[in-house]
Design a protein around this ligand. Sequence first.
Ligand SMILES: [Cu+2]
Length: 228
Amino acid sequence: MRMTMTMRLAAIAAFTSLGMGTATADHHNGEDQQQAHQHDMSGHAAEAATDQPAADPHAMHKNMMHSSEVKVVHTAYDLPAVSLTNEAGQSVALQEILGQDRAVVVNFIFTTCTTICPVMTSTMLQLQKVLKDDASQPYYVSISIDPDYDSAEVMRKYAARYGADWTFLTGTSEDITTTLQALDAYRGNKVNHFALTLMRAANQSEWTRVEGLGSAQELADIWHATAM
Ligand SMILES: [Cu+2]
């Protein structure tokens, strides 16, 4: 079971390696730039991102390394005063939904994604299960990076399909862009999306930023380490 999931993650990562490389290329972190350069130098990244990524015999191996590359950063964000729309179609203030009085875990998805978003949604479901006996429960939120397509109704159906009972947010493209930029989750185009989970314990100003497709257990460990 565990093995199967790992293999699946690696296979999915193979489909997205160029996207992730592109996403990190315009990141200002030196390490990321170096990583992006390595992708370019390898000459395999382009192959891995075509319609036939499995044709690259090294894709599986490379991306198994990828899937264990979870980068954790602690940082503060200023939440913009925008109102988004939840899956029930209600208007909600971002500053309230991610209010400092509550512990939150946030990821970024779009419903038509066939690569990393399904994995991230499944991981969030798993994370909920792993943390279910904790005294303090985080408030889970998924924010759409494709608000033009992801209406409240589309988000509601997506949540139902996964049996996900947390908050799914969409909004006008302007408000979503403002939100994503404030959380350093904006990459210009949904195709450039990357795996990102943000966590913040209650009454803390600092966020824990997790980049990469971590397993639910990895995310739970990071949560426990930071949300004390
Ligand atoms: Cu996706």
